[in-house]
Ligand binder design. Structure first.
Ligand SMILES: *[C@@H]1O[C@H](CO)[C@@H](O)[C@H](O)[C@H]1NC(C)=O
Length: 427
């Protein structure tokens, strides 16, 4: 009897712990999306390519946790008319959904893409049982040909209803201008092309990353003439409010100086409400003098409630190294250290440090020069119930004085090529 109650208490505790964990790890898999696939089933596709299209949809869905709490998926196949193959929220669990997608039978017919989009907006998204909870409403239109009806009105209606539309064009029969009008702007983000169905697997990573960015990067950073998805930490972390303004690397630039008494700490939930995307670009323009050029410190870190590192960029002037820490599926955390190439970062002048983080590797740059690429083990979503901090001594909450001009995370890995270090005089 006693044994039994100890056992059940243990079970109960484990269940509680698990519930709490579920609640706070956030990333793509836990995004709250209504995701609707609108897939071309016209004659031009053919039986075998239609099967490939289904497999591709299954593949790009695998990064999401399919459940009533997180992502719900619907599938519409269309030709002359749209057919609702899988209603939103019908399947709880990935395995069931995969089976349902696999058993969709090919329709055949003409291509009325506009009509299918209208159907998705008016009958599928609107039927969601959790309209108030859903964070992102996303449609992915996969087509291989020119539509026989108008797509402009339907797509405008989708946007008016807050639905983000991706257009995936397959093969040589597609019309670029049509895909551009179907998709959201900028088309460089929302339009994807595959040469044919046999090579559609090549745009899988790109599609997964974009779906993920859409899910976990709610904010935009104005850069040049475009808005990039990302996190402007100078503002989000209140650095501009809490630290003193100083002249930056160029006359046109402003920077901020953190003293030992400046505490830059925010709740991670406020900064990264949906966690971090699988790929991102970390950019920091800093000047390291005194302590910050000697002692190791975390320029940026995300901590769990128990102060375990979920993500961090650590600078160490003593050994002229830069260390990136992230989560790991198998260990408590994983760290990679760039040992060579970052010497000048510690020379007391302004420099731009950039880390391009990808699912399986991280690349370090200094003032636009690529330093090194290092492999990573698979990572886990981060805990968001702790704090995010800037310029803290490793393992403590002590601020290390530092001068910061730029501190950002871009969600699109391609921003790594666009983001130049032209604010650095020598570049
Ligand atoms: C789906 O993923 C599997 C396993 O990664 C891969 O072998 C296959 O080519 C992919 N298929 C498509 C159509 O993307």
């Amino acid at each position: 009897m006693l044994l039994w109650s100890v056992w059940s208490v243990t079970l109960l505790l484990t269940a509680l712990e698990a519930a709490e964990e579920d609640d706070v790890r956030a990333g793509c898999s836990t995004a709250v999306n209504d995701l609707v696939y609108i897939v071309d089933g016209s004659w031009s596709v053919g039986f075998s390519d239609f099967d490939t299209a289904k497999q591709w949809l299954i593949n790009i869905t695998s990064q999401f946790d399919i459940s009533s709490h997180y992502t719900q998926v619907a599938v519409i196949q269309y030709s002359d008319t749209p057919r609702l193959e899988i209603p939103l929220g019908k399947h709880q669990g990935g395995a069931e959904l995969i089976q349902a997608i696999q058993s969709i039978t090919y329709l055949g017919g003409n291509t009325q893409t506009g009509r299918a989009i209208k159907f998705a907006v008016n009958h599928v998204f609107s039927s969601s049982q959790r309209a108030n909870l859903v964070k992102n409403r996303i449609a992915v239109v996969v087509t291989d040909g020119k539509s026989q009806d108008d797509v402009v009105d339907a797509s405008m209606e989708a946007r008016a209803q807050g639905v983000t539309v991706f257009a995936v064009g397959v093969g040589s029969e597609i019309t670029t201008s049509e895909l551009v009008s179907i998709a959201n702007k900028p088309s460089s983000t929302y339009v994807l092309y595959a040469e044919d169905y046999t090579t559609i697997d090549r745009i899988r990573d790109s599609m997964e990353q974009k779906l993920c960015e859409e899910s976990v990067c709610p904010t935009r950073i104005p850069v040049a003439s475009r808005d990039e998805k990302g996190f402007e930490l100078m503002v989000g972390m209140n650095i501009q409010k809490k630290a003193k303004k100083i002249p930056g690397s160029l006359v046109s630039e402003t920077a901020y100086t953190l003293t030992a008494s400046t505490d830059i700490t925010e709740n991670t939930r406020e900064i990264f409400p949906e966690g971090l995307p699988p790929s991102y670009v970390f950019v920091a323009t800093v000047r390291l003098k005194g302590t910050s050029s000697k002692l190791p410190f975390d320029l940026w870190r995300v901590l769990s409630k128990d102060k375990e590192i979920q993500a961090a960029v650590t600078l160490s002037g003593k050994d002229k190294a830069v260390t990136f820490t992230t989560t790991s599926m198998t260990e408590k955390e994983q760290r990679v250290t760039f040992k060579a190439g970052f010497q000048s970062l510690y020379d007391g002048k302004w420099h731009q440090l950039k880390l391009l983080v990808r699912p399986r590797h991280v690349t370090g740059f200094l003032d636009d020069q690529q330093i090194q690429e290092v492999m990573l083990d698979p990572v886990e979503p981060i805990y968001i119930n702790g704090e995010t901090q800037v310029s803290k001594r490793r393992g403590t909450s002590v601020t290390v004085p530092v001068e910061i001009q730029k501190l950002r995370l871009y969600c699109d890995p391609h921003q790594s090529e666009r983001e130049t270090a032209c604010e650095i005089y020598s570049v």
